[in-house]
Design a protein around this ligand. Structure first.
Ligand SMILES: NC(=O)c1ccc[n+]([C@@H]2O[C@H](COP(=O)([O-])OP(=O)(O)OC[C@H]3O[C@@H](n4cnc5c(N)ncnc54)[C@H](OP(=O)(O)O)[C@@H]3O)[C@@H](O)[C@H]2O)c1
Length: 250
């Protein structure tokens, strides 16, 4: 687990991001925590002196500048950024809310890009540290799931972007990892009204991420049980789409 690092985490007010922020602060890291809910961020900072709130709405087209300015009030460089903020909505094709596609992409894809714009200069200003970009995608983008048009597409776009960014930043020695969790018990999944195989606690999800983050792998996928099923599914797309996905209809 990282120690003595300067780490920026988005989506830090709840779920996986909050768990990571608090654990990393406990380990002596200086953690900059971003989300819209500044009240929660302030209460986290009151409990964990290593946490500094950097409130912001990642759907605001201007947020990169304000987040960069807020970060620069506290640091001249960052070691690691964890682009974790996300949202999930499902498409009902019988009564589609097409604007929902934009809402989900705005947070999950463009929100991550705006965060990167805010923080990349601070990673580049770091001459000796970890220089690590961690983006939280999802196992959902590996195969098709019913009603997941928006969520799956946003995470597929994020994953492609990050894998390509890894190639383009390699000569700057900035590494990129994509985290692909399975189902985790958080407010994001609380309203899911369908079975969530291999559902895990947020504590366990943070264990998986923190155990592997120092090695900066291309992917951090968990749980391995779900990951193995989806590896088979993604290598047999015709079979998955025609025989498995229809049975998952929600
Ligand atoms: N839970 C799962 O099963 C699961 C599985 C795979 C991947 N993931 C991914 O893991 C990440 C964390 O999800 P979670 O399950 O921990 O969800 P969560 O508990 O709902 O947390 C989402 C976080 O994102 C922040 N956020 C949402 N919209 C934002 C915006 N416009 N601007 C700034 N921050 C925003 C929220 O803070 P505010 O509301 O305060 O802004 C919150 O801190 C997401 O990227 C999600 O897609 C989750």
């Amino acid at each position: 687990m990282p120690t003595n690092e300067k780490i920026w985490i988005t989506g830090a007010s709840s779920g996986i991001g909050r768990e990571l922020a608090e654990r990393l602060a406990e380990q002596g890291n200086q953690v900059f925590a971003t989300a819209r809910n500044h009240v929660v961020l302030e209460s986290m900072a009151a409990q964990y002196p290593g946490i500094t709130p950097i409130p912001g709405d990642l759907t605001d087209p201007d947020c990169s500048r304000s987040l960069n300015e807020q970060l620069k009030q506290h640091v001249t460089y960052l070691d690691r950024i964890i682009l974790n903020a996300g949202t999930c909505e499902y498409l009902e094709v019988s009564n589609p809310d097409w604007k929902m596609m934009e809402r989900v992409m705005e947070v999950n894809f463009f929100g991550a890009i705006r965060s990167l714009e805010a923080a990349l200069p601070l990673l580049q200003a770091n001459e000796r540290g970890a220089r690590h970009i961690v983006a939280v995608g999802s196992q959902a983008s590996r195969v098709t799931f019913p009603k997941a048009e928006a969520y799956g597409a946003s995470k597929a776009a994020l994953t492609y972007f990050m894998e390509t960014l890894a190639v383009d930043l390699a000569d700057q020695k900035i590494q990129v990892s994509v985290v692909q969790p399975g189902f985790v018990e958080t407010p994001l999944t609380a309203n899911n009204d369908f079975p969530m195989p291999f559902l895990m606690t947020v504590d366990k999800a943070a264990d998986h991420i923190l155990k592997r983050i120092m090695k900066k792998p291309a992917f951090i996928r968990f749980p391995s049980s779900l990951s193995s099923v989806l590896a088979v599914g993604s290598s047999l797309p015709w079979f998955w789409r025609n025989w498995v996905a229809p049975k998952l209809t929600r």
